[in-house]
Ligand binder design. Structure first.
Ligand SMILES: [Zn+2]
Length: 381
């Protein structure tokens, strides 16, 4: 029932419709064009563009199904990472790569292509299916902005699946929570040759704190990273301000809180312990330590509805699914945070976020079969 070549064509068309984060307008228009003939009951774009700065809001397609079963949603993101402008797809046999110096965009267009093919099959074969919503988010790759700006009241289904993980046959049931740290250490500027004692060197204070802070893998479920630092004006000026960005991730909420507090304590102490050795400093150092919750914990039980249903669908098509815990954050974290149980399904894409990205047609076909099995199951437990 699945038309492999049609699926391949759709995939190539989507990949060759550029959609770097915030420039998802063309992709959104393309999806409206492709899905309109498949008779969605409702097409809806939310107001999130104002918050995300994208050309498009999040895009919802609702399909009324004839099966009297719980509605379900599928989610993919519209945007891609860079370099993602001017994508040309190369196909060798059934393997897709980018033809040039760009990414391919199978992250996440392999998932979108499978969703489109599934709906085409359902309509063509006039198969009864359960009510389903396709939710396409923007700006996933630059901080899950679309999902964060989404009003969950727009989603009717209570659970669903994000088609957005590499490899195949994997179902992600857990992902860490993360805090983003924005740290500003403030000292006092002074001429480094004429009046160094007037100054307070913010760079030295920041370095002291960073040298004491935990970093890298803390334990099996927790990591810390300091990723950017900037500040200072010139080698002859005592630096007044240093800005550092970092993050803490953990699969355990209490460790996330504790490590974040530890790091804050280290920066506070370093600033508090500063001593004015010459007695001439023009001020005292100061600290801004901003903790921004980035995404919440995701943890699904192996016997939760969302997992039971996908396993059953896998069994229908003789596909072994392995349940795994991942280290990254994605839209699914945000959806789970809204109280919508959301598992992540691998789409077959590999080497994502690189110019070596690739996907096999067979995997997208199998993914389409999995979606169809889930949507047409008449005896949902
Ligand atoms: Zn992705």
């Amino acid at each position: 029932m699945i038309d492999r070549e049609r699926l391949a064509d759709t995939f190539v068309t989507l990949c060759e419709t550029d959609s770097p984060s915030r420039q998802e307008g063309k992709m959104a228009a393309r999806l409206r064009e492709i899905l309109a003939p498949l008779a969605p009951e409702e097409v809806f774009e939310d107001e999130s563009a104002g918050k995300t700065g994208s050309e498009s809001g999040n895009l919802f397609f609702r399909f009324a199904g004839a099966l009297a079963a719980e509605p379900v949603f599928f989610n993919c993101h519209l945007d891609t990472v860079q370099p993602g402008t001017g994508v040309r797809v190369r196909r060798r046999g059934d393997l897709f790569t980018s033809a040039g110096e760009t990414i391919l965009g199978s992250d996440d267009k392999s998932g979108i292509a499978a969703l489109i093919e599934a709906m085409r099959v359902l309509r063509e074969q006039k198969l009864p299916f359960r009510p389903v919503e396709y939710i396409f988010t923007t700006c996933e790759e630059i901080g899950l902005l679309g999902a964060k700006a989404l009003d969950p009241a727009h989603i009717r289904a209570r659970f669903g699946y994000a088609l957005d993980s590499s490899g195949f046959g994997r179902v992600i049931i857990g992902a860490p929570a993360a805090n983003r740290l924005r740290i500003t250490v403030r000292g006092c500027a002074a001429h480094a040759g004429l009046h160094p004692e007037w100054g307070i060197n913010a760079m030295i204070l920041a370095a002291r704190a960073l040298a004491q802070a935990p970093d890298g893998r803390i334990d099996g479920e927790t990591t810390v990273n300091f990723g950017t630092i900037r500040g200072g004006m010139a080698s002859n000026i005592v630096p007044e301000e240093i800005y550092i960005e970092g993050e803490v991730r953990s699969h355990a909420e209490e460790k996330l809180v504790r490590l974040t507090d530890d790091i804050k304590g280290i920066f506070r102490n370093v600033v508090a312990q500063w001593q004015d050795k010459s007695g001439a400093a023009r001020g005292r150092p100061d600290l801004d330590f901003v903790v921004e919750p980035d995404f919440p914990l995701m943890r699904l039980g192996a016997d939760s509805r969302v997992i039971r249903e996908i396993r059953r669908a896998g069994e229908h098509i003789s596909l072994d699914l392995s349940l795994e815990v991942a280290g990254g954050g994605s839209d699914a974290n945000i959806f789970n945070g809204y109280g919508l149980e959301t598992a992540i399904i691998a789409t077959g894409m590999t080497n994502v976020h690189s110019t070596e990205e690739q996907v096999e047609l067979d995997d997208m076909v199998r993914l389409t079969e999995l979606i169809l099995a889930l949507l047409t199951d008449e005896k949902i437990p």
